[in-house]
Design a protein around this ligand. Structure first.
Ligand SMILES: NC(=O)c1ccc[n+]([C@@H]2O[C@H](COP(=O)([O-])OP(=O)(O)OC[C@H]3O[C@@H](n4cnc5c(N)ncnc54)[C@H](OP(=O)(O)O)[C@@H]3O)[C@@H](O)[C@H]2O)c1
Length: 338
């Protein structure tokens, strides 16, 4: 099979497509012939050498695929062979074939193309965990979604709108008109202005009940200041560190040095909460994640989960796909197709 290989830390030139032996499904696993694989910001950070959870290089990244069941291992119903599916994969998804435990495989909704289906797992599960499971967003509360035009950002917008919250989002200005079409109440340009005063103005000086922040570094301090009483902040990424080579390492160090330290007594007296999420550390909670996935699939059927694929790049154009995301050009999801 062909697979997308991150050969070393570096710029997009380290990305290659190479032949690898076909995987065989072990007991309880399903072998999926991949039709589309999601590209995530974690894949960019891994290539830059800034993703501690990534496998040692050379490696095949990829947390999610859509495809067709090619064959099954012992203990799995052979009737599954030929079924279109979505799967969550612990790396190795960006390849023509992948063997996955059955519990991580879900029927692909018929109304979604393979490309749109591959855009669901990471983005919607992350947004679900942040907004529903941990953030407890309620109707008529206000949410601040940073990077609202990205993959997780658009998923968060779908979920927050379904809940009936007021939505505010930061994004590059080129993404604002699309975000308004998708229902974002207020788009804030955070690239050319300080976003916090604008957010306060839009919320009559009160702030929001939930802020979800993948930027990291000193931005977490600022998002914390954007909370009103009972407000919660979910931290889940470090996009500010993104850069290849020594620049990336320096930015990561700076981001760590600038992180806020939260004082429990201040949290008590300000009636605020902070929490963190790493979906990649939820593999031991398969039942819980499967439950969230079923809720998201219900959303697909009901029409409020609307995965948006910006572009599908063939495996052979993996460098272009990385560059596209790294240069902040994507609106919603980027997927790879064999
Ligand atoms: N903890 C978890 O479990 C988890 C899971 C999934 C994703 N994440 C994190 O969530 C964030 C979004 O991930 P995603 O896969 O959905 O990516 P994405 O948002 O689709 O793409 C990246 C976007 O981030 C914004 N951005 C902000 N600072 C940036 C920088 N320094 N360099 C490049 N882009 C920057 C850009 O949008 P604008 O400039 O237009 O805003 C860019 O388009 C990432 O930090 C990722 O690591 C965390």
């Amino acid at each position: 099979m062909r697979a997308v290989i991150t050969t070393a830390n570096g710029d997009v030139r380290v990305m290659k497509v190479e032949e690898r032996p076909d995987p065989k499904p072990a007991k309880g696993e399903v072998l999926v012939r991949v039709k589309a694989a999601g590209l995530n910001f974690a894949d960019i950070l891994a290539r830059q050498g800034l993703y501690p959870d990534g496998p040692p290089k050379p490696c095949v990244m990829g947390y999610e695929v859509s495809g067709v069941v090619e064959t099954v291992g012992d203990g799995v119903d052979p009737a599954k062979i030929g079924q279109p599916v979505i799967a969550m994969t612990r790396f190795n998804g960006q390849a023509e074939l992948i063997a996955v435990p059955e519990m991580q495989v879900f029927e692909k909704p018929a109304k979604l193309s393979f490309e749109k289906a591959a855009a669901i797992p990471v983005n919607y599960l992350t947004a679900w965990a942040l907004i529903v499971a941990m953030g407890g967003l309620q109707r008529d509360e206000a949410i601040l979604i940073h990077n609202a035009g990205g993959g997780v950002g658009l998923a968060a917008l779908d979920i927050a709108k379904h809940i009936g919250a007021k939505t505010l989002g930061t994004a590059s200005p080129s993404k604002h008109s699309f975000l308004k079409e998708r229902g974002l109440d207020h788009a804030i340009d955070y690239r050319h202005q300080d976003w916090l005063p604008r957010l306060m103005e839009l919320t009559n000086g009160r702030g929001v009940e939930l802020a979800i922040d993948p930027l990291g570094g000193k931005n977490w301090e600022k998002s914390y200041r954007a909370l009103r009483a009972t407000g919660r902040m979910g931290m889940f990424g470090m996009s500010v560190a993104s850069a290849s080579g020594i620049r990336g390492k320096l930015r990561a160090l700076k981001a760590v040095a600038q992180m806020p330290r939260f004082n429990p007594l201040k949290l008590i007296n300000r009636n605020r909460g902070v929490f963190g999420l790493n979906l990649g550390h939820m593999w031991g909670e398969g039942e819980k994640v499967a439950g969230w996935t079923r809720e998201i699939m219900r959303g697909v059927e009901e029409g409020w989960v609307r995965p948006h694929v910006d572009r599908a790049f063939p495996f052979a154009q993996i460098g272009d796909a990385h560059r596209y995301m790294e240069e902040r050009k994507n609106i919603g999801k980027v997927v790879l197709v064999p």
